[in-house]
Design a protein around this ligand. Structure first.
Ligand SMILES: N[C@@H](CCC(=O)N[C@@H](CS)C(=O)NCC(=O)O)C(=O)O
Length: 182
């Protein structure tokens, strides 16, 4: 995959050229050789994970796929998207040129939602190494990204969530994570 930087703080994701690739005006977007565009992290992950017919992150059996998608959706909605809503509404976000109509109360509500989402993930991790069971999956990546975003926006992590914090160390020490962070 050839990576192309999109200058989000400068509003490059709101230009007509970018909106033609993804009308939602968000990164990332995957552009295939035939011009097809795939947006949404989950959809992009599904595509890349199935390219060689041997998925490693999205499950092989019906049971694995069901569990991975359930936890992934909750990590996405209740942590990643909630942190994003906190960032866009309760902080200066991407700045006045991009943040058109902010609603601080909605931002605060989403801070509570994000913390509740982290407590949910902590409960899921009781007695298991990874969020969807014994195998590292897309759900772990989504949750890890949500928690990194929470750090970035100063939302903080609940210290009482011992399972979640230990899992975070586990994900952070994986070679692929270290390569991205590093
Ligand atoms: N549900 C989308 C969320 C994408 C998203 O929110 N991306 C952020 C990354 S910085 C973005 O483009 N934000 C720009 C904005 O909200 O204006 C996905 O899974 O790809």
């Amino acid at each position: 995959v050839a990576f192309v930087t999109v200058d989000v703080p400068a509003g490059a994701h709101r230009t007509p050229a970018f909106l033609a690739l993804n009308p939602a005006g968000t990164v990332p977007v995957l552009e295939l050789d035939d011009g097809t565009t795939i947006a949404e992290c989950t959809a992009i992950t599904e595509y890349l994970d199935h390219l060689d017919g041997a998925p490693m992150l999205t499950g092989c059996t019906a049971r694995e796929r069901g569990l991975i998608h359930m936890v992934n959706r909750r990590a996405e909605a209740d942590v990643l998207d909630a942190v994003a809503a906190f960032f866009h509404h309760a902080t200066p976000g991407l700045g006045p040129a991009i943040e058109g109509r902010q609603n601080p109360e909605w931002g605060d509500r989403n801070q509570e939602r994000a913390l509740a989402g982290m407590h949910y993930l902590d409960a899921v991790l009781q007695g298991r190494a990874w969020l969807a069971g014994d195998v590292f999956s897309m759900a772990d990546i989504t949750a890890y990204a949500g928690m990194a975003f929470a750090d970035f926006v100063g939302l903080g992590l609940p210290q009482r969530c011992a399972h979640l914090l230990a899992w975070r160390e586990r994900v952070g020490s994986r070679p692929a994570t270290r390569r991205v962070a590093g």
